[in-house]
Design a protein around this ligand. Structure first.
Ligand SMILES: [Zn+2]
Length: 90
């Protein structure tokens, strides 16, 4: 991913993204691992990442669905992980 030029994916947010949003899941029955970019919200700013975690509903248990306010709109099992983007070169 090209760094430093992405906007926050939250609708209407004018801020530059600080993180790439990933979705991680481990299925404790099958042993399957998923670690993919969250297509429903691929990048996010600091403020929205903090709000996203503070307002998330549900237990962070393996293969559980967590209701995040801004990410994982498709409500697939797993937890969101934020990978820090490098700041834009100015
Ligand atoms: Zn934002």
């Amino acid at each position: 991913m090209e760094r430093g030029t992405h906007r926050c994916s939250v609708h209407g947010c004018p801020s530059l993204a600080s993180y790439e949003v990933m979705l991680y899941d481990f299925d404790p029955v099958e042993g399957a691992v998923a670690f993919v970019q969250d297509a429903s919200c691929p990048t996010i700013c600091v403020e929205h990442a903090i709000a996203n975690e503070r307002m998330a509903q549900g237990q962070r248990l393996p293969h559980h669905v967590i209701a995040y306010p801004y990410t994982n709109r498709e409500r697939v099992p797993g937890v969101n992980i934020y990978l820090e983007l490098e700041p834009a070169l100015v």
